[in-house]
Design a protein around this ligand. Sequence first.
Ligand SMILES: C[S@@+](CC[C@H](N)C(=O)[O-])C[C@H]1O[C@@H](n2cnc3c(N)ncnc32)[C@H](O)[C@@H]1O
Ligand SMILES: C[S@@+](CC[C@H](N)C(=O)[O-])C[C@H]1O[C@@H](n2cnc3c(N)ncnc32)[C@H](O)[C@@H]1O
Ligand code: SF4
Length: 402
Amino acid sequence: MSEKQKLELYIHIPFCASKCRYCDFLSGESTPEAQRAYINQLIEEIRAQGQILPEYQLSSIFIGGGTPSILSGLQIQNIISAVYENFVVEADAEISIECNPGTLDATKLEYYREAGINRLSLGLQSADDEELKLLGRIHSYNDFLHSYELARAAHFDNINIDLMSGIPHQTLHKWRQSLKKVLRLHPEHISAYSLIIEPGTPFAALYGSEEGQKALPGEDEEREMYAETKTLLEEYGFTRYEISNYARPGKECRHNIGYWTGVDYLGVGLGASSKLKHHRFHSEERLDRYMAVEMHRDLMPLYQDLVALTVADEMEEFMYLGLRMTKGVSGADFYDLFHLNMFDLFGDAIRKNTALGLLEVDTPMLRLTERGIDLSNRVFADFYEVLPRNQALFPDDPRNLF
Ligand SMILES: C[S@@+](CC[C@H](N)C(=O)[O-])C[C@H]1O[C@@H](n2cnc3c(N)ncnc32)[C@H](O)[C@@H]1O
Ligand SMILES: C[S@@+](CC[C@H](N)C(=O)[O-])C[C@H]1O[C@@H](n2cnc3c(N)ncnc32)[C@H](O)[C@@H]1O
Ligand code: SF4
């Protein structure tokens, strides 16, 4: 029997208790009936996808949202059972679920464990109650502590905590206080994101204008927060392995590493993104239309913005996604995948950014410098749509026809 290919599965749960004021992810309030109907449709989709992708086996499953922990433990278990019934799942697969503080209880956690979930991601965002209120979160720091203790009591030994810096009126001191409170709990993983003011959110109306921006920490302060995060977390035994992600040894998130290293992934549920068989697409984003897809008949109505990736697209992705990781990208891995020399192919971008002190070469690795991490978007832009898209470069690849 031929060996199965590696696939990661993302499962989207688009429900939240209430909408946070900064968030533009695909999620909203709903009724228990709507949630039940959605889960039935999601399970139909999982069945249908399992049937058309028999050549794959799952190395990770990530249940994200929205707020997956708003569902009952049994509902989550039913979703995961459907995955096991329709896909081959590797024995040591990483199975994560995102949980919001204040929505967990011991029973839900018991169901999660029984279902095989082995990693929890808790969205704390801030350990300061004033900041939580300003963000529009439903929980207090004490609610979070309670959820965290329940998770430990249920023997979860791989817990991530999401935090956000750059919150309006946040100072370096306050950020440090949040980090320290969290570090005292000894989680295995911390994601520290910078708040992005997303168009169309209440935060965009409040803080998007020139006047509003004055409430946000300035660029220098943000950079200081960033530097402080690394210093403090390293003191506590964490390593930064990606621009926003820190882990204790061996606790890096395998699912997210897959996104940055070009592993195929399938997203199921409303608006989920996929990269599969040299194509990129995402699922229908409108709930009524998602619910109307006849999963057992034809999945095509589900797929939006389907694009075929050329070899050049995949080479560029290898660079600008791989460079997000602090260890960088390997010229040897590039050669194994594409049979070309990464340092020649991207010579201009590499020379320019090494001269600027933003990239460093440590053969066979190429990685961002500390300064390069601060200015990563500038570096990534030099690897985006720079290769020629013609037959001459890759004469044998059938994907050039696209
Ligand atoms: C989409 S949420 C889902 C998890 C869960 N509902 C929660 O909020 O805790 C995943 C993470 O994205 C981050 N996030 C959401 N909106 C963001 C924004 N505008 N800027 C930066 N990070 C954001 C938060 O840290 C959040 O924990
Ligand atoms: C911002 S990340 C947070 C991960 C977290 N820090 C951790 O270590 O587990 C997770 C969010 O990204 C989004 N996401 C991840 N994979 C996705 C996919 N394939 N399609 C759509 N959204 C996705 C979801 O909104 C999910 O809540
Ligand atoms: S709980 Fe998470 S997904 Fe829901 S609105 Fe808030 S940040 Fe967005």
